[in-house]
Design a protein around this ligand. Structure first.
Ligand SMILES: Nc1ncnc2c1ncn2[C@@H]1O[C@H](COP(=O)(O)OP(=O)(O)OP(=O)(O)O)[C@@H](O)[C@H]1O
Ligand SMILES: [Mg+2]
Length: 334
């Protein structure tokens, strides 16, 4: 964690909303809202983790942040300007500052391009003023992400590399344009368990060395705790809890975070999971009440009526849950 180096805000996101047409079986509702009034700050040199189960809206949020999709509403203030509405040349410029690393390193690489070819295009696009020929810059990037010997690796095709090596190529390609921040969308979930820690280490080192900010997307609270300064827990398109990583893991407040943590091997609160429904979150625009109501072991009458807002329950710790409306400190054990 790089807390001491974290400085000012790079991205300030408020009220971010993404809508997609609802699947036709929902005859009345026209939209699903997989990103629902999301607010977050990403500071320079900071890593935040977006954690949540499948379908909670993590990837959609990540794509909106790097503007691979246009939000329905809200603001993404980047160095003070709202990139949510940018298009054309300005958006093209932004795409150099904001890079996305995908979950599937094989799918994200072109099978008929060598490693070198994957890096040449972004390097040329970036037109870096750093000294050295294109070939030297490719070699420097490859060694920076641990792809050695570079002379051998540079001419290989994706199918000649291991999963971990392919993810390193994807990371090198993202770095080639000298971005200010990266969204790493489950970058280790498709890799062998044995090399996951290596890739996490690499991301952490690069983040430190290049002074990057990072949004790390995962299902897994343990890896989020390992790599991130702050954790934001998402459920049904809503940030239900956020706080410093240690605080979230040691004092999870939202019932969904508690459930996630209880299901994490080695967690301090490991134990029998409460019996709840396992249905997918309801993302429909016209849904009512708390997004976690159907699964919440503590659901109260008011939870069925309206969605609790994210609010402070302790220093640098927010939760969207009516449990903490009246007795925050007591309920949390602070
Ligand atoms: N282009 C799209 N058109 C319509 N619906 C979409 C689109 N992309 C995502 N969705 C829906 O939005 C919801 C959130 O998807 P998203 O991929 O953001 O979730 P996620 O948290 O990343 O899940 P996972 O952990 O499985 O990757 C899902 O219900 C998904 O089906
Ligand atoms: Mg996803």
């Amino acid at each position: 964690m790089a807390s001491s180096k974290i400085t000012d805000v790079l991205l300030r996101v408020s009220d971010l909303e993404v809508r997609f047409p609802a699947p036709s079986r929902f005859s009345k509702a026209r939209w699903i809202v997989p990103v629902n009034h999301v607010a977050l700050d990403l500071r320079r040199r900071e890593t935040i983790a977006l954690v949540g189960e499948s379908g909670s809206g993590k990837t959609t949020t990540g794509k909106a942040l790097v503007r691979l999709l246009k939000p329905w509403g809200g603001q993404i203030l980047y160095n003070g300007s709202d990139v949510a509405r940018w298009s054309g040349r300005k958006l093209h410029q932004y795409h150099k500052s904001a890079q996305l690393i995908f979950q599937d390193p094989y799918g994200s690489l072109n099978p008929v391009h060598t490693v070198s070819q994957h890096l040449s295009l972004p390097l040329q696009l970036h037109q870096s003023q750093e000294p050295g020929t294109l070939s030297e810059k490719i070699e420097s990037l490859l060694s920076r992400v641990g792809l050695v010997p570079v002379q051998e690796i540079r001419d290989k095709y994706p199918h000649e590399l291991s999963g971990g090596q392919r993810q390193r190529v994807a990371i090198a390609r993202a770095l080639a344009v000298n971005p200010e921040f990266m969204v790493a969308d489950e970058p280790i979930s498709m890799l062998d368990v044995s090399i996951r820690a290596d890739i996490l280490h690499l991301l952490q080192n690069l983040q430190n060395d290049f002074g990057l900010s990072m949004v790390y997307i995962t299902h897994d609270l343990a890896s989020a705790y390992y790599i991130a300064d702050r954790i934001l827990v998402m459920y049904g398109g809503i940030i239900v809890e956020s706080g410093d990583s240690g605080e979230i893991v040691k004092k999870p407040a939202h019932p969904y975070t508690q459930l996630l943590l209880a299901a994490t091997p080695g967690s301090p609160v490991e134990g029998p999971l409460p019996e709840t429904s396992t249905g997918a979150p309801n993302l429909l625009l016209d849904r009512q009440g708390c997004v976690f109501y159907d699964r919440c072991p503590h659901a109260m009458a008011r939870c069925q009526v309206s969605q609790p807002q994210l609010k402070s329950i302790a220093a640098r710790h927010d939760a969207a849950c009516y449990l903490y409306d009246d007795r925050p400190s007591e309920a949390l054990g602070h």
